[in-house]
Ligand binder design. Structure first.
Ligand code: BGC
Length: 410
């Protein structure tokens, strides 16, 4: 394919033996399996995915590395940048455009509108969509649950009853890792549970003081400290896959985490050992994080062709199905037959569509879907500190949040 061909319109994006360096934070077994599938798929077209994986769930480490590389003028060809941050990078002029692929493949009509909107800056497509994760997942060890004779908890009283049973059986009731992003991920599901999408958006999107100082928000904080009481003393430094391993091996009863846990279980062939459910009181809600990658510009024309090819490949139906099955997320396309998805993914896919239609989707704070980096930082830090000293009066935490948010908005 030549540049002339590109300028004349869309043409079949043939392979050109390109190397594309891809910076991301997919380092767990399930994440790696999904990335490997993409590497193989791109390799079939002569594109070599040169892997630049930076460990750290939630992407904090990857973002730091990316920023310093860009400042040194050594941007990778593609990088995992998610959420409204895409627009900030585009506004600074760093990102390549690929309307040529997006329009030729009808992205405005085949993608979920929320996804479609996230990808664009000033009418130009500047990001490639991968999959949609649901964050408000409750994962329960099947054999241990069966031993208790109890049902999957729908409400918090049932959850605490089950947790007590697990404790009495000598297993960890709720397995978790004490990392800032894991704590924030857990906490945001509690805000959604207690106050529904309206409180959720009022707090994290509108930064509404009344909502932050409300009784419902206080209740979410109290719930967080109650949940900490169900955890074992070994939470420090535990990564989410280590937590999931304890769950799959029957040393823990429950984990609250995004559905990348499902990808991990698939990689371990352990999906039958753990069932997926929703955080209590959120069975009809969808707290989402959308995985996307951007392409950096100012590369050689030949790399641009590789980038376009990558973008085109990612939205193919077969690639969407195969990749998301491994990753635990669901396709970004609207035209997927639900039967093609796992039971758990079918629920996420249906709920994403339904909540999108009703305007009740909850964009993840911890996974950068809703706020600026500064705002995210304030919430993540304050929640993390509170998690270390959960007996602190929750009103103090609420006031601290309001104060800190004010200071960055000055
Ligand atoms: C990403 C997922 C990833 C998870 C844990 C999230 O921010 O969107 O793709 O699996 O972090 O690493």
């Amino acid at each position: 394919m030549t540049l002339l061909c590109l300028l004349q319109g869309f043409c079949s994006l043939a392979s050109y033996g390109e190397d594309l360096e891809v910076l991301h934070w997919w380092t767990s077994d399930g994440e790696r399996a999904a990335a490997l599938y993409l590497q193989d798929t791109l390799a079939e077209q002569g594109i070599t995915w040169v892997d630049a994986a930076i460990p750290g769930g939630g992407g904090e480490g990857a973002m730091a590395v990316l920023k310093s590389r860009v400042l040194q003028g050594a941007a990778p060809a593609a990088a995992q940048i998610i959420g409204p941050d895409i627009q900030n990078w585009a506004a600074l002029g760093f990102l390549g455009h690929f309307n040529i692929v997006a329009l030729a493949h009808d992205w405005p009509n085949i993608l979920h509108p929320t996804v479609n909107q996230l990808l664009q800056y000033q009418g130009q497509y500047v990001a490639v969509p991968f999959g949609i994760h649901r964050i408000n997942g409750l994962w329960v060890n099947r054999a241990l649950l069966a031993e208790t004779g109890l049902a999957v908890p729908q409400h918090w009283d049932e959850f605490f009853t089950l947790a007590e049973k697990f404790r009495a059986m000598g297993v960890i009731a709720l397995v978790h890792g004490n990392e800032p992003w894991q704590n924030a991920t857990l906490f945001e599901t509690l805000v959604l549970s207690v106050g529904g999408p309206s409180l959720y958006r009022a707090v994290f999107e509108q930064l509404d003081e009344t909502a932050i100082l409300s009784d419902s928000f206080a209740q979410a904080l109290s719930l967080l400290s109650q949940l900490k009481g169900l955890m074992d003393p070994e939470i420090n430094g535990r990564t989410w896959p280590q937590a999931t391993r304890l769950l799959a091996d029957g040393q823990a009863g429950m984990q609250i985490m995004g559905d990348w846990v499902g990808g991990e279980l698939t990689a371990w062939q352990a999906s039958d050992r753990v069932l997926c459910a929703s955080v209590p009181e959120t069975a009809e809600e969808h707290l989402y994080s959308i995985d996307t990658m951007v392409m950096f510009k100012n590369l050689a024309v030949s790399s641009y062709q590789g980038q376009l090819n990558f973008a085109e490949t990612m939205t193919r139906t077969d690639v969407q199905l195969n990749y998301n099955r491994l990753k635990g997320s669901v396709p970004v396309r609207l035209d997927i037959e639900p039967e093609a998805l796992s039971d758990c993914a079918q629920i996420s896919y249906r709920l994403f569509k339904a909540n999108q239609a009703q305007g009740t989707l909850a964009p993840s704070l911890a996974h950068s879907m809703v706020a600026t980096a500064e705002v995210e930082d304030v919430f993540v830090k304050v929640i993390h500190e509170f998690f270390q000293t959960p007996n602190r009066p929750v009103l103090q935490v609420q006031q601290e949040l309001v104060r800190n948010l004010k200071s960055i908005r000055k």
